[in-house]
Design a binder for this molecule. Structure first.
Ligand code: NDP
Length: 328
């Protein structure tokens, strides 16, 4: 039998954590042959609820689950971690300025990055889900100088999946026959879901739809504002779909993208497509041998260029703001 993989989940007692942990323990993150050990990291106020979740995990008797540890100390929570899902973050509350939000999250993701640097396994892979995800990932990465920067990623897979689903509804083609869709930029309202390179049932998606008004006024805003629409409808933020996207992101990272397709992930920019080097921005990526690679050589039209630039500029502003706060 294989050695268990250590998976650390922060914010484990939150609603995304609740939707995520059972799927990890059942084998959906790493596959049906890989046993897992879970490390639940919480803040002190979350520990009791995390214990309750751990009791329920026990009660599922998952054959692949080889242990659950709970801690409020990142040095313990990330010890030996092979995969880390950073879900817990400080939400924006009424009256909070962006600077306050970035500062509060710097206080979480800086120490977590350092703990990952000092204690995680050599093959650590980090996915940041907690918002502002791209910049939180950047903060953590900057505190982990001994870990290859490419191991820090931010989640835009939920945006990607939302875009797939909207395009499927519009074209009547099942999501299984849609390929090469891209989310560019920040996981925020400025993100840009790009269908110009996408294929629906083998044909170019933008040409198939052939409706720039729909693209600009319906598709893009629907994808970008989906989180708010779900809060309005459900009375709570999306959790199961966010957890599902986290599962998809790591599963793809480990197992690879299918031939002839790609996905979207926030990865450290190498300067491709004019995105400043070092920013954690969403790109079209393939996963090969456990590494994400930015898809190269795509032609970017003017419509796309201005939207990519707007979202990337927002990331530059966030990076400059955390820089001024001394968080990176
Ligand atoms: P959720 O589990 O609903 O959300 C957690 C984070 O995921 C938030 O930052 C949220 O951002 C983000 N997120 C990213 N994508 C989505 C999406 N599509 N839909 C919803 N959220 C998304 O939050 P809870 O409040 O239920 O739980 C958070 C838990 O984290 C608490 O138990 C808390 O104690 C814990 N925590 C742990 C920390 C730690 O381990 N050190 C630090 C801070 C908190 P957004 O706010 O923008 O919705």
């Amino acid at each position: 039998t294989r050695t268990p993989v250590n998976v650390t989940v922060t914010g484990a007692a939150g609603q995304i954590g609740y939707a995520l942990l059972f799927r990890i323990a059942s084998g959906q993150l790493l596959g049906p042959d890989t046993p897992v050990k879970l490390r639940l990291l919480e803040i002190p106020q979350g520990l009791k609820a995390a214990e309750g979740t751990a009791m329920e995990l026990d009660d599922c008797a998952f054959p692949l689950l080889r242990g659950i540890d709970i801690s409020d100390d990142p040095n313990v929570g990330f010890d030996g971690a092979n995969v880390a899902l950073l879900v817990g973050a400080r939400p924006r509350t009424a009256g909070m300025e962006r600077g306050d939000l970035l500062e509060a999250n710097g206080g979480i993701f800086g120490p977590q990055g350092k703990a990952i640097n000092d204690h995680a396994a050599d093959d650590i892979k980090v996915l940041v889900v907690g918002n502002p995800a791209n910049t939180n990932a950047l903060i953590a990465q900057k505190h982990a100088p001994d870990v290859p920067a490419e191991r820090f990623t931010a989640m835009t897979r939920l945006d990607h999946n939302r875009a797939l689903s909207q395009l499927s509804k519009r074209t009547g083609v099942p999501v299984s026959e849609i390929r090469k869709l891209t989310i560019w930029g920040n996981h925020s309202a400025t993100q840009y879901p790009d269908i110009f390179h996408a294929e629906v049932a083998g044909k170019n998606a933008a040409e198939t739809v052939n409706d720039e008004k729909w693209l600009a006024e319906e598709f893009i805003p629907t994808v970008a504002k989906r989180g708010a629409a779900i809060i309005a409808a459900r009375g709570a933020s999306s959790a199961a779909s966010a957890a599902n996207a986290a599962i998809d992101h790591v599963h793809t990272w480990v197992n690879g993208t299918p031939e002839g397709d790609w996905t979207s992930a926030g990865v450290v920019s190498d300067g491709s497509y004019g995105v400043p080097e070092g920013l954690i921005s969403s790109f079209p990526v393939t996963a090969v041998d456990g590494r994400f690679e930015v898809v190269q050589g795509l032609e970017i039209n003017d419509f796309s260029r201005s939207r990519i630039d707007a979202s990337v500029n927002e990331l530059v502003e966030e990076r400059d703001a955390v820089g001024q706060l001394g968080l990176i």
